[in-house]
Design a binder for this molecule. Structure first.
Ligand code: GLU
Length: 334
């Protein structure tokens, strides 16, 4: 008989572990108690639990991600997989951060939480936890994913889209990797086994600000952001609508990365490059979510961009702008 998998539960707080208090819900339930609420987990795997943090996830900071990475790294050889119990508000950020900070992990890292505390009679907490342990103990699982409401979502693709309903998370511009129903995992996207060794990163550049494009954006705002941050990532829905560079870019003094949701066409990248051209000394490249299909057929080296795929893998094209960006990042995080 196959030996039961050993899974480490890292509890960080959130609604899943909360009880009502005079000041509203507060994380109070210990990780050991969490496990007691799901006695059937014993049939799936052996669980050990650690209380890593006890936060409402709105208070999560990059230093907490480092703590999670450190805990996984420290226990990596002793366990077959990891489940992180987390508040839902910033869960997608943690999932994305861990996807980059722990790469090529053959041992799955599953992040989950709940819309309702585990001690309520009607709650999604128990099923989300059970599904997470089931998924973390499955031989075919690897990488960093969110398991929530029966869906398995790549760590780099999740977004919280509902504040009350159980189906709080969606996978953005990429299908859910699997669904879990009645203790069965149905996989939509087969995962190619990682060939490289697991890599842990604990350095993070925290001087990066994410800014949404809003109508009527005032360029002066950028100036004050640059008093506190070295880099702004503009979150544009499409690279074709990079706002008039003459309005926005002259006031900035730092690194600019442009990001785009969804599929980005080669023509859009060209157009965006054209618009930022006069400010090239301040511009360090683009992040696009999906490599444009036509780029597979062309020489990607011609383009000043890099992309991040669903596994969190970064492909740099080695342009001088990117080299400069990498060198500066290295210098700042030393
Ligand atoms: N603010 C809470 C948190 O993210 C939201 C509720 C939850 O955990 O789902 O911790």
């Amino acid at each position: 008989m196959q030996q039961k998998k050993r899974i480490l539960l890292l509890a960080t707080g959130g609604t899943i572990a909360s009880r009502k208090s005079d000041n509203g819900l507060k994380p109070q339930i210990t990780p050991e108690e969490l496990i007691e609420y799901i006695p059937q987990v014993k049939e799936i795997c052996d669980v050990e639990a650690v209380q890593l943090l006890n936060l409402d996830s709105t208070n999560m900071e990059p230093s907490h991600w480092k703590l999670m990475v450190h805990a996984i790294w420290e226990h990596y050889d002793d366990f077959d997989g990891f489940v992180i119990a987390h508040g839902t508000d910033t869960m997608a950020y943690t999932a994305a951060a861990l996807s980059y900070m722990v790469q090529n992990t053959k041992k799955p890292i599953v992040i989950t939480g709940a819309q309702k505390p585990i001690d309520l009679e009607i709650t999604d907490a128990k099923s989300n936890l059970i599904d997470s342990f089931l998924y973390a103990a499955d031989d075919r699982s690897q990488g960093v994913q969110i398991v929530f409401d029966g869906k398995v979502i790549a760590g780099t693709r999740a977004k919280k889209v509902r504040s009350k309903s159980y189906n709080a998370f969606s996978s953005i511009d990429y299908p859910s990797l699997a669904v879990i129903q009645d203790m069965n995992i149905m996989r939509y996207i087969p995962m190619l086994p990682y060939e490289e060794e697991v890599r842990f990163y604990e350095k993070l550049d925290e001087n990066v600000f994410l800014m949404k494009l809003i109508p009527g954006i005032r360029p002066k705002v950028l100036k004050s952001i640059f008093e506190n941050y070295d880099c702004i990532i503009f979150d544009f829905p499409s690279l074709t609508i990079v706002p008039d560079a003459q309005t926005l870019f002259p006031v900035v003094d730092g690194i600019i990365l442009l990001s785009a949701l969804g599929e980005t066409r080669k023509s859009q990248i060209k157009e965006a490059k054209f618009r930022v051209k006069p400010y090239h000394d301040k511009y360090y490249g683009m992040i696009v979510n999906k490599i444009p299909l036509d780029m597979y057929r062309s020489n990607a080296k011609d383009y000043d961009y890099y992309f991040i795929n669903q596994d969190g893998e970064q492909k740099l094209n080695g342009s001088p702008a990117h080299k400069k960006y990498m060198e500066e990042t290295e210098r700042r995080t030393k």
